[in-house]
Write a protein that binds this ligand. Structure first.
Ligand code: 3HC
Length: 689
C-alpha cells in the first residue's frame, strides 16, 4: 500500500492503493509504519509523500463509514505526521480530496503538479472534514476563503490553490524531485512549518467575513445538519486552541456519519458508480472507435447534443432538412457558447474551437462518414422510422445508430434497419449540454460492443450514462407519469396546486409538479397525451383554454408581466372544483405528508415493476436516474432508497388503500413490492438475494 525508498537522505513514501489511493485501514497502517520507519532511520533527513496514479488521494475510504472503526484512525496518523521531527513534503500529482487534502495539509510543505486539484468535498456526502480539515484549511488560507470551499465542496485547480496558499508551488516536470528540493531546503533552514501553529490568517476581518458567510449559509439551507456542523467546527477553531477545536470537529463528524442524510448521499455516491457496471457486460467487451459524430435535427435537443460532442473534442455534423432550421439551430449553439465565454466558464479560444467542431449540413447523406449517428428529430414513431430506414442505406458499416427518444419503442425503430444490432436509444435530458444524465436504452438486439461503446462515450461526453431496457418512457418518464397521474387525482380530490407544490418542495425538490408543468409548457403533455393516450382532466382543460403555462402568462398559476413565480388563480381553483364535480369526486383536505405519499408511493410501485421486468438492473440505477435527471433530493437517496427508509410494508399498505380510495387498480402494490413488504425486506436487500 505504501512503497518506501530512501536515497540521498530522502525517504520517498509512495501511496499505492488504486484506483484513488483512498485512506482505508491498511493504507493508514502502512503509511503510519512507513513514517515511523523513516523517522527511526538515521540516514533519512527528510520525507517526501507521493502517490501512484492519476489521483493523489481521493479521501478517506467512504465504504468504511458507519462500520466499526479500525485503527489507526486517520486523525491519529495525521497527528503523528504533523509532529514528525523531519520535514515532510507532499508531492501532489492529481486530485487531493477530503482526507487526501487533510493528509497534505498535515505535511510541512506541499508541491503540486499543474493537473492537481485540491478540495474538501465532504459536504457533498452529508458530512464535514473529519481529519483536521476544518482547522487546517482556515489556518492556511483564512476562514473566509476556507469556509466557502468546504461549504460548496468544489475543489480548486493547482494554480488557484497556489494563489490561495494551499500549496507552496506548482511545478512542471519532475514533481518528486521538486518536493525533495523543497524538503531539503526546509531541513537546511531548520524550519518545520506546521499549519496548526499558524494564526496569521485568522484576522478579525477574516473572522467577520466568515460569520457573515456562515449566517447566509445557514439561512439558505436551515435543515442541512452538516452546514450547521461545519459552521460550529470552523468557529471552534477561531475560539479555541487547535487540539480542542479538532475534538469539536471530530465529534461533529462522528455524529454526521450516522445522519440519514449522509447515509443517503453515500449510498448515492456508490450507486452512481455501480451504474457504470452492466450485469452480463464483461469489462473487456470490445469497443468501437468513435472519432466523428452526426446529429440529426438542429432543434434544442439536437443542438445541445452536438455541443456535448464539440465540448469533448469530437467533430460533429448537425443535419437538417432545410436551411432555415439549420441556421437557426447553429445560431442558437453559437449564442450559448458566446454566453459561456462571456461568463468566463470557457475561454474565447475554447469557444472558437468548439464552434469550429460543429458543421451544419442539409440531407441525411451527410451522416455517411460518422462513427455514431444520433437522431434527435420529432418524438414521432413515423418520423423516426423513416429516418432510420434511410440511415440504414447511408451510414457506414459498423456505425452506431442512436435515437434520442424519451418514450418510444427502440425495438420498433431498430426493426426498420437491416442492422438492429447497431441500434440503441440515448435519452438525453434537456438542456442536453448541461444535464449529466443519459438513459442508454438497450434494445433487444443491441450488440454488447455497441452498448459498451455507448457507455464509454457517455463518460467521454462528461455524462452519467445509466443502462435501461425498452418500455414506454424507460425508467425516468415512466415513473414520472405515475406522479403526474397522482397529482391530477389529488387536485380532483381536494388538494390545490399550490398545496401540492409546497409539499413537494418541502420534501426537497426544487419545484413542484404544477410549477414545473407551467415552466415546461402544458401544451407538451397535452399533445403527448393526444398522441399516446391518457387524460389529465385539469391540465388538458387548461391547455384547451390556451393556458400553456409561463409562456402564455397563465397555466396552473398566473404569471403577470412575465413573472417567473406563479400566483394562485381563483379561476383555476374554480375549474378544478368543476371538473371534480363532473367526475363525481368528493373533495377533502390533505396534509403535506399525505400529498407526498399519494405522489411518491405510486412512483416507488412503478420502480418495483421496472425491477421485476428487468428494465433497470438494480434499485440504485433507478435512484441515480431520479437524482440526476429529475432533481430528486440527493439527501433522500432516490425513490427506492427513500422507500426503504419509509418501510415497504407502510408503502404497500398505503397503495392498497389508495387503490380502494381512487378506484384505480394500477395503484395496487406490484408483486415484488408485496413480496418484499411481506418478508420485511427492502430494495437494498435485493442485491444480496
Ligand atoms: N472511498 C472509497 N472509494 C472511493 C473513494 C473514496 N473516497 N473515491 C473513489 N472511490 C472508488 C469509487 O467508488 C470507484 O470504485 P469502483 O471502481 O469500484 O466503482 C473508484 O474508486 C473510482 O472512482 P470514480 O469512478 O469516481 O473515479 P474518477 O476517476 O472518475 O474520480 C475522484 C476520482 C475524483 C477521486 C472521485 O472518485 C471522487 O470524487 N471521490 C470521492 C472524493 C470524496 O468525496 N472524498 C472525501 C471522502 S470523505 C473524507 O475524506 C472524510 C475525511 O474528512 C475524514
Amino acid at each position: 500500500m505504501v512503497r518506501h525508498e530512501v536515497d540521498g537522505g530522502v525517504a520517498v513514501l509512495t501511496l499505492a492503493n488504486p484506483p484513488v489511493n483512498a485512506l482505508g485501514a491498511e493504507t493508514r497502517a502502512a503509511l503510519d509504519a512507513a513514517l515511523a520507519q523513516a523517522v527511526a532511520d538515521e540516514s533519512v533527513r527528510v520525507i517526501v509523500l507521493a502517490a501512484e496514479g492519476r489521483v493523489f488521494v481521493g479521501g478517506a475510504d467512504i465504504s468504511e463509514f458507519g462500520k466499526p472503526p479500525r485503527p489507526p484512525s486517520l486523525p491519529d496518523v495525521l497527528e503523528r505526521l504533523d509532529a514528525c521531527p523531519k520535514p515532510v513534503v507532499a508531492a501532489i500529482g492529481g486530485a487531493a480530496l477530503g482526507g487526501g487534502l487533510e493528509l497534505a495539509m498535515a505535511c510541512h510543505g506541499r508541491i503540486a503538479a499543474p493537473t492537481a486539484k485540491l478540495g474538501l468535498p465532504e459536504i457533498k456526502l452529508g458530512i464535514i472534514p473529519g481529519a483536521g480539515g476544518t482547522q487546517r484549511l482556515p489556518r492556511l488560507i483564512g476562514p473566509d476563503a476556507a469556509f466557502p470551499m468546504m461549504l460548496t465542496g468544489e475543489p480548486v485547480p493547482a494554480g488557484k490553490a497556489a494563489a490561495l496558499g494551499i500549496v507552496d508551488a506548482v511545478v512542471l516536470g519532475d514533481l518528486v524531485a521538486a518536493a525533495r528540493t523543497r524538503a531539503l531546503e526546509l531541513a537546511d533552514s531548520g524550519a518545520l512549518p506546521r499549519v496548526r501553529d499558524r494564526s496569521d490568517k485568522l484576522t478579525a476581518e477574516a473572522r467577520d467575513r466568515f460569520e457573515a458567510q456562515a449566517a447566509e449559509a445557514v439561512k439558505r439551507d436551515p435543515d442541512a445538519t452538516n452546514v450547521h456542523a461545519l459552521v460550529r467546527a470552523v468557529r471552534a477553531g477561531l475560539e479555541q486552541d487547535f487540539d480542542a477545536a479538532v475534538s469539536v470537529e471530530r465529534a461533529e463528524f462522528r455524529m454526521l456519519v450516522e445522519d440519514p442524510r449522509s447515509k443517503a448521499l453515500r449510498y448515492a455516491f456508490f450507486a452512481e458508480r455501480e451504474a457504470a457496471r452492466v450485469p452480463g457486460l464483461p469489462k473487456d467487451t470490445p469497443r468501437r472507435a468513435i472519432e466523428t459524430a452526426a446529429v440529426i435535427g438542429a432543434g434544442t435537443m439536437g443542438g445541445g447534443i452536438a455541443m456535448c460532442f464539440a465540448n469533448a473534442g469530437i467533430p460533429v455534423t448537425v443535419i437538417e432538412t432545410e436551411a432555415g432550421a439549420l441556421e437557426r439551430g447553429l445560431a442558437r449553439v453559437k449564442d450559448l457558447y458566446a454566453g459561456s465565454a462571456k461568463r468566463g466558464s470557457i475561454t474565447e479560444a475554447q469557444r472558437d474551437e468548439r464552434v469550429g467542431r460543429i458543421t451544419g449540413a442539409i440531407g441525411l447523406e451527410h451522416a455517411g462518414a460518422a462513427d455514431i449517428v444520433i437522431e434527435a428529430a420529432f418524438e414521432d414513431m413515423g418520423v423516426k422510422r423513416a429516418i432510420f430506414s434511410k440511415l440504414d442505406t447511408i451510414a457506414k458499416p459498423g456505425a452506431i445508430l442512436a435515437t434520442n427518444t424519451s418514450y418510444l419503442d427502440v425495438n420498433a425503430i431498430a426493426a426498420v434497419t437491416g442492422r438492429p444490432q447497431d441500434v440503441l436509444g440515448l435519452h438525453f435530458f434537456s438542456p442536453a449540454n448541461v444535464m449529466r444524465l443519459v438513459e442508454v436504452v438497450r434494445a433487444d438486439k443491441t450488440a454488447p460492443d455497441v452498448l459498451a461503446t455507448a457507455l464509454d462515450l457517455g463518460k467521454r461526453l462528461n455524462k452519467l450514462p445509466v443502462t435501461v431496457g425498452v418500455c414506454f418512457g424507460f425508467v425516468g418518464n415512466r415513473m414520472l407519469e405515475r406522479r403526474s397521474r397522482a397529482g391530477e387525482r389529488l387536485l380532483l380530490e381536494g388538494a390545490l396546486p399550490h398545496a401540492v407544490d409546497a409539499a413537494v418542495t418541502a420534501f426537497g425538490f426544487r419545484m413542484g409538479p404544477f410549477a414545473m408543468g407551467d415552466l415546461a409548457g402544458l401544451d407538451i403533455g397535452w399533445r403527448s397525451r393526444k398522441d399516446f393516450g391518457g387524460r389529465a382532466p385539469v391540465a388538458d382543460s387548461l391547455a384547451e383554454m390556451g393556458r400553456y403555462g409561463q409562456k402564455t402568462g397563465r397555466g396552473f398559476y398566473l404569471y403577470p408581466d412575465g413573472a417567473r413565480t406563479g400566483t394562485r388563480d381563483p379561476e383555476v381553483e374554480a375549474l378544478i372544483e368543476r371538473v371534480a364535480a363532473e367526475h363525481g369526486v368528493t373533495r377533502r383536505s390533505f396534509t403535506p405528508d399525505e400529498i407526498v405519499a399519494r405522489l411518491m408511493y405510486p412512483m416507488v410501485n412503478e420502480g418495483a415493476r421496472i425491477l421485476e421486468e428487468g428494465i433497470a438492473a438494480r434499485p440504485g440505477d433507478i435512484d441515480t436516474i431520479w437524482i440526476n435527471g429529475y432533481n430528486w433530493p440527493a439527501w433522500r437517496g432516490g425513490p427506492m432508497h427513500w422507500a426503504d427508509t419509509v418501510g415497504l410494508k407502510t408503502i404497500a399498505e398505503a397503495l392498497t388503500r389508495f387503490a380502494a380510495e381512487t378506484g384505480d387498480d394500477s395503484q395496487e402494490p406490484a408483486p415484488l413490492l408485496k413480496k418484499l413488504a411481506a418478508e420485511g425486506g427492502s430494495f437494498a436487500g435485493l442485491k444480496n438475494a
